[in-house]
Design a protein around this ligand. Structure first.
Ligand SMILES: Cc1cc2nc3c(=O)[nH]c(=O)nc-3n(C[C@H](O)[C@H](O)[C@H](O)COP(=O)(O)OP(=O)(O)OC[C@H]3O[C@@H](n4cnc5c(N)ncnc54)[C@H](O)[C@@H]3O)c2cc1C
Length: 430
Protein backbone atom coordinates (compact mmCIF):
# COMPACT_ATOMS: atom_id res chain seq x y z
CA UNK A 1 0.00 0.00 0.00
CA UNK A 2 1.25 3.52 -0.82
CA UNK A 3 2.58 5.65 2.02
CA UNK A 4 0.50 8.80 2.60
CA UNK A 5 1.48 12.27 3.72
CA UNK A 6 -0.34 15.56 3.84
CA UNK A 7 2.63 17.60 2.59
CA UNK A 8 5.25 16.02 0.36
CA UNK A 9 8.23 18.39 0.15
CA UNK A 10 10.76 17.88 -2.64
CA UNK A 11 14.27 19.08 -1.80
CA UNK A 12 16.03 19.76 1.51
CA UNK A 13 17.63 23.03 0.40
CA UNK A 14 16.74 26.35 2.01
CA UNK A 15 13.24 26.41 0.45
CA UNK A 16 12.13 22.90 1.38
CA UNK A 17 13.51 23.14 4.92
CA UNK A 18 11.97 26.58 5.43
CA UNK A 19 8.55 25.31 4.35
CA UNK A 20 8.76 22.46 6.87
CA UNK A 21 9.70 24.96 9.62
CA UNK A 22 6.63 27.10 9.11
CA UNK A 23 3.99 24.40 8.65
CA UNK A 24 1.76 23.92 11.71
CA UNK A 25 1.23 20.29 10.76
CA UNK A 26 3.77 17.54 11.53
CA UNK A 27 2.34 15.44 8.73
CA UNK A 28 5.02 16.15 6.14
CA UNK A 29 7.81 14.26 4.45
CA UNK A 30 10.89 15.81 2.79
CA UNK A 31 12.50 13.92 -0.09
CA UNK A 32 16.12 14.82 -0.85
CA UNK A 33 17.94 13.05 -3.65
CA UNK A 34 21.41 13.92 -2.32
CA UNK A 35 23.02 12.30 0.73
CA UNK A 36 23.11 15.71 2.51
CA UNK A 37 20.80 18.63 3.09
CA UNK A 38 21.52 22.19 1.92
CA UNK A 39 21.15 22.25 -1.88
CA UNK A 40 23.40 25.02 -3.25
CA UNK A 41 23.98 26.32 0.28
CA UNK A 42 26.40 23.59 1.28
CA UNK A 43 29.80 24.27 2.86
CA UNK A 44 33.08 22.39 2.48
CA UNK A 45 35.75 22.46 5.18
CA UNK A 46 39.18 21.37 3.95
CA UNK A 47 42.68 21.82 5.39
CA UNK A 48 41.34 24.58 7.63
CA UNK A 49 39.62 26.44 4.76
CA UNK A 50 35.85 27.05 4.89
CA UNK A 51 34.20 27.30 1.46
CA UNK A 52 30.64 27.32 0.23
CA UNK A 53 29.60 25.75 -3.05
CA UNK A 54 29.97 29.30 -4.25
CA UNK A 55 30.38 32.62 -2.43
CA UNK A 56 27.21 33.02 -0.39
CA UNK A 57 26.84 36.24 1.56
CA UNK A 58 23.69 37.38 3.22
CA UNK A 59 21.79 40.63 3.14
CA UNK A 60 18.68 40.25 5.26
CA UNK A 61 16.06 42.92 4.70
CA UNK A 62 13.64 41.43 7.21
CA UNK A 63 15.18 41.35 10.71
CA UNK A 64 12.63 38.71 11.73
CA UNK A 65 14.10 36.19 9.29
CA UNK A 66 17.67 36.81 10.42
CA UNK A 67 16.63 36.60 14.09
CA UNK A 68 14.78 33.34 13.39
CA UNK A 69 17.96 31.79 11.93
CA UNK A 70 20.29 33.15 14.60
CA UNK A 71 18.04 31.85 17.37
CA UNK A 72 18.51 28.35 15.97
CA UNK A 73 22.30 28.58 15.65
CA UNK A 74 24.75 27.36 18.30
CA UNK A 75 25.84 30.83 19.54
CA UNK A 76 25.10 34.31 18.35
CA UNK A 77 28.74 35.32 17.81
CA UNK A 78 29.15 32.71 15.06
CA UNK A 79 28.20 35.27 12.40
CA UNK A 80 30.41 38.12 11.15
CA UNK A 81 28.96 41.39 9.81
CA UNK A 82 31.06 43.00 7.11
CA UNK A 83 31.00 46.34 5.25
CA UNK A 84 31.36 45.33 1.62
CA UNK A 85 34.53 46.14 -0.35
CA UNK A 86 33.91 45.01 -3.90
CA UNK A 87 35.98 46.07 -6.87
CA UNK A 88 36.24 45.77 -10.63
CA UNK A 89 39.38 44.63 -12.41
CA UNK A 90 39.32 46.57 -15.65
CA UNK A 91 42.16 46.20 -18.14
CA UNK A 92 44.86 46.02 -15.51
CA UNK A 93 43.45 48.69 -13.18
CA UNK A 94 40.95 48.60 -10.31
CA UNK A 95 37.71 50.56 -9.95
CA UNK A 96 35.10 50.61 -7.23
CA UNK A 97 31.83 48.75 -7.83
CA UNK A 98 29.37 49.54 -9.34
CA UNK A 99 31.04 50.51 -12.61
CA UNK A 100 28.26 52.88 -13.68
CA UNK A 101 28.78 55.06 -10.59
CA UNK A 102 32.56 55.07 -10.82
CA UNK A 103 33.34 55.95 -14.44
CA UNK A 104 35.36 58.93 -13.14
CA UNK A 105 37.95 56.37 -11.96
CA UNK A 106 38.56 55.26 -15.59
CA UNK A 107 41.44 56.66 -17.68
CA UNK A 108 40.51 60.21 -18.81
CA UNK A 109 39.54 59.40 -22.43
CA UNK A 110 37.35 56.44 -21.41
CA UNK A 111 35.69 58.51 -18.71
CA UNK A 112 34.78 61.17 -21.30
CA UNK A 113 33.53 58.46 -23.66
CA UNK A 114 31.24 56.94 -20.98
CA UNK A 115 29.96 60.34 -19.85
CA UNK A 116 29.29 61.49 -23.41
CA UNK A 117 27.50 58.25 -24.30
CA UNK A 118 25.47 58.43 -21.09
CA UNK A 119 24.29 61.96 -21.83
CA UNK A 120 23.52 61.31 -25.51
CA UNK A 121 22.21 57.76 -25.05
CA UNK A 122 18.82 58.43 -26.62
CA UNK A 123 20.43 59.56 -29.89
CA UNK A 124 22.45 56.37 -30.00
CA UNK A 125 19.36 54.23 -29.38
CA UNK A 126 17.98 55.41 -32.72
CA UNK A 127 20.93 53.83 -34.52
CA UNK A 128 20.81 50.67 -32.38
CA UNK A 129 17.18 49.83 -33.08
CA UNK A 130 17.99 47.38 -35.87
CA UNK A 131 20.81 45.58 -34.03
CA UNK A 132 19.53 45.16 -30.48
CA UNK A 133 16.12 44.22 -29.12
CA UNK A 134 15.43 47.33 -27.10
CA UNK A 135 12.84 45.54 -24.98
CA UNK A 136 15.51 43.07 -23.72
CA UNK A 137 18.01 43.21 -20.83
CA UNK A 138 20.70 44.26 -23.30
CA UNK A 139 18.40 47.00 -24.65
CA UNK A 140 17.78 48.22 -21.10
CA UNK A 141 21.55 48.50 -20.52
CA UNK A 142 22.01 50.70 -23.60
CA UNK A 143 18.89 52.71 -22.83
CA UNK A 144 19.77 53.50 -19.21
CA UNK A 145 23.57 53.80 -19.33
CA UNK A 146 24.64 54.51 -22.91
CA UNK A 147 27.08 52.63 -25.09
CA UNK A 148 30.32 53.26 -23.13
CA UNK A 149 29.15 51.88 -19.77
CA UNK A 150 27.17 49.10 -21.45
CA UNK A 151 29.98 47.88 -23.69
CA UNK A 152 32.90 48.32 -21.27
CA UNK A 153 31.34 46.59 -18.28
CA UNK A 154 27.64 45.72 -18.14
CA UNK A 155 27.45 43.64 -21.33
CA UNK A 156 30.75 41.72 -21.16
CA UNK A 157 30.40 41.02 -17.43
CA UNK A 158 26.83 39.76 -17.66
CA UNK A 159 27.55 37.77 -20.83
CA UNK A 160 30.36 35.98 -18.98
CA UNK A 161 28.01 35.26 -16.07
CA UNK A 162 24.85 34.25 -17.95
CA UNK A 163 26.76 32.59 -20.82
CA UNK A 164 24.17 33.78 -23.33
CA UNK A 165 23.33 36.73 -25.55
CA UNK A 166 21.72 39.31 -23.26
CA UNK A 167 19.14 39.96 -25.97
CA UNK A 168 17.47 36.78 -24.73
CA UNK A 169 16.80 38.10 -21.23
CA UNK A 170 13.93 40.16 -19.96
CA UNK A 171 14.65 43.81 -19.00
CA UNK A 172 13.93 42.92 -15.38
CA UNK A 173 15.91 39.65 -15.42
CA UNK A 174 17.92 40.67 -12.34
CA UNK A 175 15.11 42.44 -10.48
CA UNK A 176 16.27 44.34 -7.40
CA UNK A 177 19.75 42.79 -7.67
CA UNK A 178 20.68 45.10 -10.56
CA UNK A 179 22.49 48.24 -9.28
CA UNK A 180 20.53 50.96 -11.11
CA UNK A 181 21.86 54.52 -11.09
CA UNK A 182 20.51 57.61 -12.81
CA UNK A 183 22.46 60.51 -14.27
CA UNK A 184 22.26 62.59 -11.06
CA UNK A 185 23.47 59.68 -8.91
CA UNK A 186 26.36 59.01 -11.26
CA UNK A 187 27.43 62.67 -11.24
CA UNK A 188 26.97 63.02 -7.48
CA UNK A 189 29.15 59.98 -6.90
CA UNK A 190 32.08 61.73 -8.54
CA UNK A 191 32.17 64.22 -5.63
CA UNK A 192 30.56 62.28 -2.79
CA UNK A 193 31.21 58.57 -3.20
CA UNK A 194 28.20 56.51 -2.17
CA UNK A 195 28.37 53.02 -3.63
CA UNK A 196 25.69 51.55 -1.41
CA UNK A 197 23.46 48.87 -2.86
CA UNK A 198 21.34 45.99 -1.56
CA UNK A 199 24.41 44.25 -0.16
CA UNK A 200 26.47 47.16 1.26
CA UNK A 201 26.82 45.25 4.49
CA UNK A 202 26.47 41.53 4.68
CA UNK A 203 26.64 38.73 7.21
CA UNK A 204 28.40 35.42 6.99
CA UNK A 205 28.53 32.53 9.46
CA UNK A 206 32.13 31.68 10.40
CA UNK A 207 31.46 28.02 9.65
CA UNK A 208 29.89 28.79 6.26
CA UNK A 209 26.41 29.08 4.74
CA UNK A 210 25.52 25.58 5.92
CA UNK A 211 25.03 27.07 9.40
CA UNK A 212 21.85 28.79 8.15
CA UNK A 213 20.73 25.50 6.61
CA UNK A 214 21.41 23.66 9.87
CA UNK A 215 19.40 26.31 11.71
CA UNK A 216 16.40 25.49 9.50
CA UNK A 217 16.95 21.75 9.94
CA UNK A 218 17.28 21.95 13.73
CA UNK A 219 13.72 21.03 14.68
CA UNK A 220 12.95 18.67 11.81
CA UNK A 221 12.50 15.13 13.12
CA UNK A 222 14.68 12.49 11.45
CA UNK A 223 11.65 10.51 10.36
CA UNK A 224 10.34 13.46 8.33
CA UNK A 225 13.42 13.57 6.07
CA UNK A 226 14.40 10.93 3.51
CA UNK A 227 17.93 11.48 2.15
CA UNK A 228 19.25 9.75 -0.99
CA UNK A 229 15.68 9.62 -2.22
CA UNK A 230 14.63 11.60 -5.27
CA UNK A 231 11.22 12.29 -6.66
CA UNK A 232 10.94 10.35 -9.93
CA UNK A 233 7.43 10.98 -11.23
CA UNK A 234 4.08 12.44 -10.25
CA UNK A 235 0.65 11.25 -11.27
CA UNK A 236 -1.36 14.46 -11.03
CA UNK A 237 -4.75 12.76 -11.33
CA UNK A 238 -4.26 10.35 -8.43
CA UNK A 239 -1.88 12.67 -6.46
CA UNK A 240 0.67 9.92 -6.22
CA UNK A 241 4.43 10.43 -6.35
CA UNK A 242 6.98 7.72 -7.12
CA UNK A 243 10.47 7.99 -5.64
CA UNK A 244 13.78 6.89 -7.14
CA UNK A 245 13.65 3.86 -4.85
CA UNK A 246 10.32 2.86 -6.38
CA UNK A 247 8.16 3.77 -3.42
CA UNK A 248 4.73 5.30 -4.03
CA UNK A 249 3.63 8.21 -1.85
CA UNK A 250 0.14 9.62 -1.85
CA UNK A 251 0.02 13.34 -1.02
CA UNK A 252 -2.53 16.05 -0.44
CA UNK A 253 -0.09 18.84 -1.34
CA UNK A 254 3.28 18.48 -3.06
CA UNK A 255 5.72 21.40 -2.76
CA UNK A 256 8.77 21.11 -4.99
CA UNK A 257 12.00 23.11 -4.95
CA UNK A 258 13.49 21.05 -7.81
CA UNK A 259 14.18 23.06 -11.00
CA UNK A 260 10.82 23.85 -12.61
CA UNK A 261 11.60 22.17 -15.95
CA UNK A 262 12.60 18.97 -14.12
CA UNK A 263 9.33 19.07 -12.15
CA UNK A 264 7.42 19.40 -15.42
CA UNK A 265 9.27 16.35 -16.79
CA UNK A 266 8.12 14.37 -13.75
CA UNK A 267 4.48 15.32 -14.32
CA UNK A 268 4.60 14.74 -18.09
CA UNK A 269 2.91 18.14 -18.63
CA UNK A 270 3.93 19.31 -22.10
CA UNK A 271 6.15 22.41 -22.33
CA UNK A 272 8.93 23.78 -24.56
CA UNK A 273 12.46 23.46 -23.13
CA UNK A 274 13.47 26.65 -24.99
CA UNK A 275 11.12 28.57 -22.67
CA UNK A 276 13.22 27.48 -19.68
CA UNK A 277 16.89 28.06 -20.43
CA UNK A 278 19.60 28.61 -17.82
CA UNK A 279 23.36 28.56 -17.32
CA UNK A 280 25.80 26.53 -15.24
CA UNK A 281 28.60 27.95 -13.10
CA UNK A 282 31.88 26.16 -12.56
CA UNK A 283 33.25 27.12 -9.13
CA UNK A 284 36.81 26.62 -7.95
CA UNK A 285 37.53 27.03 -4.25
CA UNK A 286 41.27 27.49 -3.78
CA UNK A 287 43.35 27.71 -0.60
CA UNK A 288 46.91 29.09 -0.65
CA UNK A 289 49.82 29.06 1.78
CA UNK A 290 49.93 32.84 2.36
CA UNK A 291 47.87 35.99 2.22
CA UNK A 292 47.07 37.78 -1.06
CA UNK A 293 45.49 41.20 -1.68
CA UNK A 294 44.16 42.70 1.55
CA UNK A 295 40.76 44.23 2.21
CA UNK A 296 38.83 43.30 -0.92
CA UNK A 297 35.88 40.89 -0.53
CA UNK A 298 35.20 40.17 -4.17
CA UNK A 299 36.29 41.47 -7.59
CA UNK A 300 34.33 41.50 -10.86
CA UNK A 301 36.18 40.67 -14.09
CA UNK A 302 34.45 42.03 -17.23
CA UNK A 303 37.50 41.57 -19.53
CA UNK A 304 36.78 38.75 -21.94
CA UNK A 305 40.39 37.55 -21.87
CA UNK A 306 40.08 36.77 -18.15
CA UNK A 307 38.43 33.36 -17.78
CA UNK A 308 36.39 34.07 -14.65
CA UNK A 309 33.73 36.69 -14.06
CA UNK A 310 34.18 36.95 -10.28
CA UNK A 311 36.77 36.12 -7.63
CA UNK A 312 35.96 36.26 -3.91
CA UNK A 313 38.30 36.39 -0.92
CA UNK A 314 36.97 34.44 2.07
CA UNK A 315 40.14 35.24 4.04
CA UNK A 316 39.37 38.98 3.95
CA UNK A 317 35.80 38.31 5.08
CA UNK A 318 36.71 35.96 7.91
CA UNK A 319 40.04 37.64 8.71
CA UNK A 320 42.14 34.49 8.29
CA UNK A 321 45.89 34.35 7.54
CA UNK A 322 45.94 32.39 4.24
CA UNK A 323 44.33 33.43 0.94
CA UNK A 324 41.08 31.53 0.41
CA UNK A 325 39.33 32.15 -2.90
CA UNK A 326 36.17 31.27 -4.77
CA UNK A 327 36.28 31.66 -8.52
CA UNK A 328 33.24 31.59 -10.80
CA UNK A 329 33.05 30.76 -14.51
CA UNK A 330 29.76 30.85 -16.46
CA UNK A 331 28.85 28.05 -18.86
CA UNK A 332 25.93 27.45 -21.19
CA UNK A 333 23.60 24.66 -20.03
CA UNK A 334 25.02 22.23 -22.61
CA UNK A 335 28.69 23.13 -21.91
CA UNK A 336 30.89 20.41 -20.42
CA UNK A 337 33.72 21.97 -18.40
CA UNK A 338 37.18 20.44 -18.78
CA UNK A 339 38.05 20.99 -15.12
CA UNK A 340 41.82 20.38 -15.40
CA UNK A 341 42.20 22.75 -18.34
CA UNK A 342 40.05 25.37 -16.60
CA UNK A 343 42.03 25.07 -13.39
CA UNK A 344 45.33 25.67 -15.25
CA UNK A 345 43.80 28.68 -17.02
CA UNK A 346 42.41 30.06 -13.74
CA UNK A 347 45.81 29.88 -12.04
CA UNK A 348 47.42 31.66 -15.01
CA UNK A 349 44.80 34.41 -14.99
CA UNK A 350 45.05 34.85 -11.20
CA UNK A 351 48.75 35.45 -11.72
CA UNK A 352 48.11 37.93 -14.58
CA UNK A 353 45.70 39.82 -12.32
CA UNK A 354 48.36 39.96 -9.57
CA UNK A 355 46.26 37.91 -7.14
CA UNK A 356 48.79 35.12 -6.86
CA UNK A 357 52.48 35.86 -6.81
CA UNK A 358 54.68 33.01 -5.61
CA UNK A 359 51.74 31.43 -3.75
CA UNK A 360 51.45 27.65 -3.28
CA UNK A 361 48.05 26.04 -3.70
CA UNK A 362 47.50 23.87 -0.63
CA UNK A 363 43.83 22.85 -0.87
CA UNK A 364 41.14 22.93 -3.52
CA UNK A 365 37.58 21.95 -4.38
CA UNK A 366 35.40 22.42 -7.43
CA UNK A 367 31.73 22.04 -8.27
CA UNK A 368 29.50 22.72 -11.25
CA UNK A 369 26.29 24.48 -10.16
CA UNK A 370 23.74 23.16 -12.65
CA UNK A 371 21.53 25.16 -12.88
CA UNK A 372 23.02 28.37 -11.46
CA UNK A 373 21.25 31.37 -13.06
CA UNK A 374 17.95 30.80 -14.84
CA UNK A 375 17.26 32.96 -17.88
CA UNK A 376 14.26 35.10 -17.07
CA UNK A 377 12.44 35.92 -20.28
CA UNK A 378 8.97 37.04 -21.31
CA UNK A 379 8.19 33.44 -22.29
CA UNK A 380 9.55 31.93 -19.06
CA UNK A 381 7.36 34.28 -17.01
CA UNK A 382 4.23 33.59 -19.06
CA UNK A 383 4.74 29.82 -19.23
CA UNK A 384 5.62 29.60 -15.53
CA UNK A 385 2.35 31.37 -14.66
CA UNK A 386 0.29 29.18 -17.01
CA UNK A 387 1.84 25.87 -15.91
CA UNK A 388 1.81 26.62 -12.16
CA UNK A 389 -1.92 27.34 -12.47
CA UNK A 390 -2.46 23.85 -13.88
CA UNK A 391 -0.22 22.26 -11.23
CA UNK A 392 -1.90 24.02 -8.32
CA UNK A 393 -5.27 22.50 -9.26
CA UNK A 394 -3.64 19.12 -8.50
CA UNK A 395 -2.16 20.38 -5.21
CA UNK A 396 1.37 20.79 -6.66
CA UNK A 397 3.40 23.96 -5.95
CA UNK A 398 6.83 24.94 -7.22
CA UNK A 399 8.95 27.25 -5.05
CA UNK A 400 12.54 28.40 -4.53
CA UNK A 401 15.17 29.85 -6.80
CA UNK A 402 14.89 27.08 -9.39
CA UNK A 403 11.39 25.88 -8.60
CA UNK A 404 10.22 29.48 -8.95
CA UNK A 405 12.47 30.08 -12.01
CA UNK A 406 13.74 33.34 -10.58
CA UNK A 407 16.72 35.37 -9.35
CA UNK A 408 16.58 35.61 -5.57
CA UNK A 409 18.39 35.32 -2.26
CA UNK A 410 18.00 32.77 0.50
CA UNK A 411 15.99 35.32 2.46
CA UNK A 412 13.55 35.50 -0.46
CA UNK A 413 13.37 31.68 -0.42
CA UNK A 414 12.52 31.67 3.28
CA UNK A 415 9.90 34.42 2.91
CA UNK A 416 8.25 32.62 -0.02
CA UNK A 417 8.18 29.28 1.84
CA UNK A 418 6.79 30.96 4.97
CA UNK A 419 4.01 32.65 2.97
CA UNK A 420 2.99 29.33 1.40
CA UNK A 421 3.10 27.51 4.76
CA UNK A 422 0.90 30.24 6.26
CA UNK A 423 -1.64 29.75 3.45
CA UNK A 424 -1.76 26.01 4.21
CA UNK A 425 -2.00 26.68 7.95
CA UNK A 426 -4.89 29.11 7.46
CA UNK A 427 -6.86 26.54 5.43
CA UNK A 428 -6.26 23.87 8.09
CA UNK A 429 -7.36 26.19 10.84
CA UNK A 430 -10.57 27.25 9.07
C1 LIG B 1 26.63 31.41 -7.87
C2 LIG B 1 25.56 31.67 -6.85
C3 LIG B 1 25.80 32.57 -5.82
C4 LIG B 1 24.79 32.83 -4.87
N1 LIG B 1 25.05 33.72 -3.87
C5 LIG B 1 24.08 33.99 -2.96
C6 LIG B 1 24.33 34.90 -1.91
O1 LIG B 1 25.42 35.47 -1.80
N2 LIG B 1 23.34 35.16 -1.02
C7 LIG B 1 22.11 34.56 -1.10
O2 LIG B 1 21.24 34.82 -0.26
N3 LIG B 1 21.86 33.68 -2.09
C8 LIG B 1 22.81 33.39 -3.03
N4 LIG B 1 22.55 32.50 -4.04
C9 LIG B 1 21.19 31.92 -4.12
C10 LIG B 1 21.00 30.73 -3.20
O3 LIG B 1 21.98 29.76 -3.46
C11 LIG B 1 19.64 30.13 -3.50
O4 LIG B 1 18.64 31.13 -3.41
C12 LIG B 1 19.26 28.99 -2.57
O5 LIG B 1 20.33 28.11 -2.33
C13 LIG B 1 18.12 28.23 -3.24
O6 LIG B 1 17.62 27.27 -2.37
P1 LIG B 1 16.48 26.31 -2.87
O7 LIG B 1 16.14 25.43 -1.73
O8 LIG B 1 15.39 27.08 -3.51
O9 LIG B 1 17.15 25.47 -4.06
P2 LIG B 1 18.37 24.42 -4.00
O10 LIG B 1 19.46 24.89 -3.16
O11 LIG B 1 18.65 24.11 -5.44
O12 LIG B 1 17.71 23.16 -3.30
C14 LIG B 1 16.87 22.26 -4.01
C15 LIG B 1 17.07 20.88 -3.41
O13 LIG B 1 16.20 19.99 -4.13
C16 LIG B 1 16.90 18.77 -4.35
N5 LIG B 1 16.26 18.11 -5.51
C17 LIG B 1 16.28 18.49 -6.81
N6 LIG B 1 15.58 17.60 -7.55
C18 LIG B 1 15.10 16.67 -6.70
C19 LIG B 1 14.30 15.50 -6.86
N7 LIG B 1 13.84 15.13 -8.07
N8 LIG B 1 14.00 14.76 -5.77
C20 LIG B 1 14.46 15.11 -4.51
N9 LIG B 1 15.24 16.21 -4.31
C21 LIG B 1 15.55 16.97 -5.38
C22 LIG B 1 18.33 19.21 -4.63
O14 LIG B 1 19.24 18.15 -4.43
C23 LIG B 1 18.49 20.34 -3.60
O15 LIG B 1 18.97 19.86 -2.37
C24 LIG B 1 23.53 32.19 -4.98
C25 LIG B 1 23.31 31.27 -6.00
C26 LIG B 1 24.30 31.02 -6.94
C27 LIG B 1 24.05 30.02 -8.03
Amino acid sequence: MAKTTKYLIVGAGISGLALANFLDSDDYLILEREPEIGGWCKTIVKEGFVWDFSGHFFHFRDPEIEAYLRARMPTDDEVVTVVRDSRIYYQGTELDFPFQKNIHQLPHDEFIECLYDLYFREEHLETLKDEVDLTSFKGMLYEKFGRGIAEKFLIPYNEKLYACDLDLLDREAMGRFFPHANMAEILRNMRNPDNRSYNSTFTYPKQGAIMYVNALAKDIPEDNLLLNTGLQSIDLASKTATTTSGEEIQFEHLVSSAPFDKLLNMTALPYQQEDFTYNKVLVFNLGFDKKGPEGVHWTYFPDRDMRFYRVGFYDNILNTPRMSLYIEIGYPADGEPDVDAERARVLKDLERAGIIDGHNLVAEHNIVLDPAYVHITERSRAEFARLTDILSTAGVYSIGRYGGWTYCSIEDNILEARALARRFNAVEEA
